[in-house]
Structures are given as structure tokens and as C-alpha cells.
Unconditional design. Structure first.
Ligand code: ACO
Length: 329
């Protein structure tokens, strides 16, 4: 790193669609109850995109807020990395669609898929572009319209997910604040715990795939839960250890927002007081790749994260993938 500038998060933004779907609404759709959903997940309501409002439409307003927060003009962006499991289309990339809707004339564009860990993966890619010196302003965006791939007849999954988007602008730091370290991991052997079977080359769209409800998310929730706690805890411990820190040095933990029981089990395992842990899933649900972006923006704007804080982001998702990032805010 000698001679290289650190990468800093210059600004954050998020966008949530207006429509609210409560647990009581879900009670009318599937055999479930507000009591079960709150007890098993901590979620009370989530936002849903309007008909015709697609993933890029969620990303665009989040980017506008992040650009304004960073004080950066659209023309200054030289790279846009978009992370999503619900792209507008398989191709072209949703990043290119966002670029055309916003007007980012100087940005190269690509999509990145690491499911719910997409935020941490895309920050890691973006920060190395900045630290390498060839890129000055990198936009990273997470946007999801999970309602489009949710099986609204499957009570085991449909109660968990929501739609939304978040964004951040990365640039070279003026001081020693910024992204200190990021650890990433994956194990593809656990791919069948959380997946969407059809729509790719394995099962191209056909009458059979539609009849078999194969264009929806499938999940073995209990197995995912177990791996999530273990791998997130391990990710935090790796980042702490290789930077000579203990959990007591951390002011704020921002975990992926999937389930309050996963977050509590993680906090207990790594021994961080719950008051230091940011949670918004009660009103957001799990927004996959958008979740950590939105959480970081809300933690930032609400003052939960303050200048000078030492922050850890930690996530996991389909793949399975996982990772943790240490940031001097
Ligand atoms: N309402 C009422 N009952 C339900 C519901 C529901 N919505 N869903 C399941 N049940 C029932 C099940 O049928 C089961 O009944 P049975 O005992 O008669 O068979 C019972 O409740 C228990 O089901 P489990 O699945 O064992 O419940 P669990 O305590 O594991 O909670 C949950 C389920 C909430 C899905 C949990 O396992 C979880 O959160 N897992 C992690 C999921 C996750 O985080 N996924 C996102 C990954 S991020 C990404 O990449 C998209």
C-alpha cells in the first residue's frame, strides 16, 4: 500500500418503493401469521416495487441520492458496478440500463452476482480499482426486485423478502480514513441450499419450467441459517485478527439483514453487544444484494455510524458466499 491512497466511501444513498406489504397482508395470501413471522424472522413489513417498476428503476433514485451525498457529478463516474440477483434482463447488464437512464457518459459498466454478499464483493472490487489509481470515482449499486422471483404460494420463503436499492460512491481518501480490509469467501458445494432453478442454461424457460414453478427462489432455510452464523462469525474474526484488533475495538456492526435470530446468534458468537449492531429488517425484510447498501445508508444518515467510528460490514448469501469489511468511517 506504500504510496497508494486508501479508498473511502464518499457518499451513500438508498431508495425504497412506496408499497408496504405487512405480515397481516401475508396472512390473507398464505397459511401464516404475524406472530410466526415476527418470532421466526423479526420481520413485520417489507416494501414491494410497483407493477412495471423494474430493478434499474429502483437503482436510479438510490444513485441520485448517493451522488448528491458525495458531491460528485454524474460525468465524474468512471466505473459502475451493479450487484443484483434480479437483473432487468439476463443481458445487457442492469448496470448499462442504469447508465442509460441516468446519463453517466464516462462510466464503464458491469454486473456482479454474489447474491446477498454482493455489497461486500462489489466494494472490494471497487476499492481495488480506486487504490490502483486508474479510477477516481466508482459507483457501486445494489438493487433488487425480489418480489419478481418470490413464489407467493410458498409460505416458507415469501414472508422473508422485500424490494429496494442502495448505492455508494467510492473515491481516493484525503486522510487515513476509509476501507481498511475486506475478507471474502464462497463454497459452491452449498449452491443447492438457495437457488432459482430455471431461466439459465441449466433449465431454459419452457412450459415445464413455468408449470413447475422453477422461476422462483428455492431455499432450505434451516441449513442456510446454520452456515450464515458460522461463516459470518468466521469472516468477522478473520478481519479482526489480521488487523490486530479485538471485537471491543469495533464501534458498530452492520450485518446482512435476513433474520433477527441470525443476527442475534452472530452477535452472541462474536461477543458484540446488541446495542452496537444495526438492524432495520423489521420494516425492510431481506433485500438480498440491496440490504447492506440500504442498511449502511440508513446507519450513516441516522447517526448510528459516526465519523471516526470503526465499522464492520458482514454478509452472506446464495452461492453460498460470505464476507466482512473493516472501515474507518
Ligand atoms: N408461517 C407459518 N409456518 C411456517 C412458515 C410460515 N411463513 N414457514 C414455515 N413454516 C413452518 C414449517 O412448515 C415448519 O412446520 P413443521 O414443523 O410442521 O414442518 C415450521 O414452520 C418450522 O419451519 P423451519 O423452516 O424449520 O423454521 P425455521 O425456524 O428454520 O425458520 C426461516 C425458517 C425463517 C426461513 C429460517 O430458517 C431462516 O431465516 N433461515 C435463513 C434464511 C435466509 O437468511 N435466507 C436468505 C439468504 S440471503 C440470499 O442470498 C437471498
Amino acid at each position: 500500500m506504500a504510496g497508494r491512497k486508501k479508498c473511502v466511501i464518499m457518499g451513500t444513498g438508498s431508495y425504497l418503493p412506496e408499497k408496504v406489504l405487512t405480515n397481516f397482508d401475508l396472512e390473507k395470501m398464505v397459511d401464516t401469521s404475524d406472530e410466526w413471522i415476527v418470532a421466526r424472522s423479526g420481520i413485520r413489513e417489507r416494501r414491494l416495487a410497483a407493477d412495471g417498476q423494474i430493478t434499474s428503476d429502483l437503482g436510479v433514485p438510490a444513485v441520485r441520492v448517493a451522488l448528491e451525498d458525495a458531491g460528485v457529478a454524474a460525468e465524474e463516474i468512471d466505473m459502475l458496478i451493479m450487484t443484483t440477483i434480479t437483473p432487468d434482463m439476463i443481458f445487457p447488464s442492469t448496470s448499462c440500463v442504469v447508465q442509460s437512464k441516468l446519463g453517466l457518459p464516462n462510466a464503464a459498466c458491469c454486473d456482479l452476482n454474489a447474491a446477498c454478499t454482493g455489497c461486500i464483493y462489489s466494494i472490494e472490487m471497487g476499492r481495488h480499482l480506486i487504490e490502483g489509481g486508474n479510477y477516481k470515482r466508482v459507483l457501486v449499486v445494489g438493487a433488487e426486485k425480489l418480489s419478481a422471483i418470490t413464489d407467493w404460494e410458498d409460505r416458507a420463503t415469501c414472508v422473508l423478502f422485500g424490494d429496494g436499492a442502495g448505492a455508494m460512491v467510492l473515491g481516493p481518501a484525503d486522510d487515513d480514513k476509509g476501507i481498511v480490509d475486506i475478507y471474502l469467501g464462497a463454497n459452491g458445494e452449498w449452491g443447492d441450499l438457495l437457488f432459482m432453478p430455471a431461466g439459465g442454461t441449466l433449465n431454459p424457460a419452457s412450459h415445464e419450467t413455468v408449470d413447475g414453478r422453477m422461476h422462483y427462489m428455492k431455499m432450505l432455510g434451516r441449513e442456510v441459517f446454520k452456515h450464515a452464523v458460522i461463516e459470518m462469525a468466521r469472516s468477522v474474526e478473520i478481519v479482526l485478527e489480521r488487523n490486530g484488533l479485538t471485537i471491543d475495538d469495533i464501534d458498530c456492526l452492520i450485518p446482512h439483514q435476513a433474520n433477527i435470530r441470525i443476527i442475534k446468534a452472530l452477535a452472541k458468537k462474536i461477543r458484540i453487544p446488541v446495542e452496537k449492531v444495526f438492524v432495520n429488517l423489521e420494516t425492510r425484510g431481506n433485500m438480498s444484494a440491496a440490504a447492506l447498501f440500504v442498511a449502511l445508508d440508513e446507519a450513516n444518515k441516522s447517526g448510528f455510524v459516526k465519523k471516526g467510528d470503526r465499522v464492520i460490514l458482514v454478509g452472506f448469501g446464495a452461492g453460498l458466499t460470505w464476507g466482512a469489511g473493516l472501515i474507518d468511517w
